[in-house]
Design a protein around this ligand. Structure first.
Ligand SMILES: *[C@@H]1O[C@H](CO)[C@@H](O)[C@H](O)[C@H]1NC(C)=O
Ligand SMILES: *[C@@H]1O[C@H](CO)[C@@H](O)[C@H](O)[C@H]1NC(C)=O
Ligand SMILES: *[C@@H]1O[C@H](CO)[C@@H](O)[C@H](O)[C@H]1NC(C)=O
Ligand SMILES: *[C@@H]1O[C@H](CO)[C@@H](O)[C@H](O)[C@H]1NC(C)=O
Length: 393
């Protein structure tokens, strides 16, 4: 029987290799450890060191319980500030504020040991250090040799070496080298990232590392910016342990900022170039920030970005922005400054209505959390064995 042309095309398509795309790690960004420093007048030192549990906090254990046990996510990205871990009076490097480190370690151990999930360490510093008062713009760019007050590239390597040494025995910890570097030379960015990778591997840690690009690590702009484009630089990173992936952020509103309620930027179109670049260089990626509001346009595009990651082999994990204990009714994402709450379970919008957890996480994002994720063994660019969440750890 002669098949109609359209059926012939279907048969030909069926002979193409079957896509083996897999998401191994899925979850949420826990934001709050970086809180309590913002000053409209950029008053240096505002909120440092800050009061733990009052000005800032890493996680709410109840929120992590709900997300991990009921929503069955296996990944939490936990923000902290470099200036709290390494107070400016010490300088950036291997000397930590041990009290602060202990608070952070408790949060990471809760996620990884008590709950059995994976945790991304997230220095939320935009590749700047010494003045977080007006993030994301304040502070000296790390490694800026024209700025005598800037921390050096070597100090950044020492910092990561020490942090890695302390978590080297915890295979569920992932090292996110830096949140959203921007407005700096890409050569310096890559030098800093390489110093961190070298510091981590010299410390004996084989944990998965995720490295950001320039320009706020935007996926849409990965190949933009001429010679400075991330696509000209990030493939130069060398990891002797072969466990390095790329860390991408991608918001869906008009200017990719995550501040507007309307989603207008089609993720499949905007990620096509970075995906091709990842494929060319045989690299895997996480999208550790994306989000949307409780609007029809965002429902469509959130489904779009989650499906895109599920269908493209280059993407192995994601965390949505953001949960965390201190958002209250404020929205971390995508509401034109309206207070619609956050992704924190149990939180409310300012009008007492449901928060983004109820209006966006549960009806939209939750449906795309794969039933099977990795729950045991080291986080890896190759992923691990997939299974439903085990009852006990
Ligand atoms: C270290 O952290 C603790 C707890 O936040 C704080 O009380 C102390 O002042 C910090 N030390 C420095 C040098 O920042
Ligand atoms: C480096 O420092 C110099 C001197 O303060 C400043 O003019 C320049 O803008 C800085 N570069 C970056 C990338 O911040
Ligand atoms: C992707 O690359 C093509 C070819 O260089 C370019 O025309 C297009 O603008 C790029 N898209 C984005 C979103 O950067
Ligand atoms: C989104 O949620 C907020 C807070 O619950 C509510 O006021 C608003 O009407 C919702 N918007 C849409 C389009 O459903």
């Amino acid at each position: 029987m002669k098949l109609p042309a359209s059926n012939a095309a279907v048969c030909a398509a069926a002979l193409l290799p079957v896509a083996s795309a897999t998401i191994y790690y899925a979850g949420v960004a826990q934001s709050g450890g970086e809180f309590g420093v913002w000053s409209a007048t950029s008053t240096k030192g505002t909120g440092l060191p800050g009061r733990f549990g009052v000005d800032y906090q890493f996680i709410s254990t109840a929120g992590v319980d709900t997300m991990t046990d009921q929503n069955k996510v296996n990944l939490h990205r936990v923000a902290f500030l470099l200036e709290r871990m390494c107070p400016p009076s010490y300088g950036l490097g291997a000397k930590f504020n041990e009290t602060h480190f202990d608070y952070y370690k408790q949060a990471i151990n809760y996620i990884t040991k008590t709950k059995g999930a994976y945790a991304i360490l997230d220095p939320h510093n935009y590749m700047r250090y010494n003045d977080p008062s007006s993030q994301p713009m304040s502070g000296s760019v790390i490694g800026n040799s024209s700025d005598p007050t800037a921390a050096t590239t070597a100090q950044f390597g020492e910092f990561w070496g020490e942090l890695a040494r302390r978590f080297a025995d915890n295979e569920k910890v992932i090292f996110g080298l830096m949140n959203e570097p921007h407005d700096m030379p890409s050569a310096l960015l890559v030098a800093n990232l390489q110093a961190a990778i070298d510091g981590i591997r010299k410390a004996g840690a084989k944990n998965l590392i995720i490295a950001p690009g320039n320009s706020w690590t935007g996926g849409h702009s990965w190949t933009q910016g001429g010679a400075e484009a991330s696509s000209n630089w990030l493939q130069k990173l060398v990891d002797p342990a072969g466990n390095l992936a790329i860390d991408i952020h991608e918001y869906l509103d008009v200017d990719f900022s995550g501040s507007h309620a309307a989603c207008q930027q089609d993720p499949a179109t905007n990620l096509a170039n970075v995906t091709a670049w990842l494929r060319e260089h045989k690299l895997k990626a996480f999208i550790t920030e994306f989000g949307g509001s409780n609007t029809t346009s965002c429902t469509t595009m959130l489904n779009g970005i989650l499906d895109y990651m599920a269908q493209n082999d280059e993407y192995i994990g994601w965390t949505a922005w953001a949960a965390g204990p201190f958002w209250g009714s404020n929205s971390p994402c995508c509401t034109d400054s309206k207070q619609w709450g956050s992704l924190e379970p149990g939180s409310k919008a300012a009008d007492g209505g449901p928060s983004l957890y109820d209006t966006v996480w549960l009806p939209v994002i939750q449906k795309k959390v794969p039933a099977k994720l990795q729950w045991r063994g080291m986080a890896s660019v190759k992923g691990g064995r997939l299974e439903e969440k085990p009852q006990k750890h």
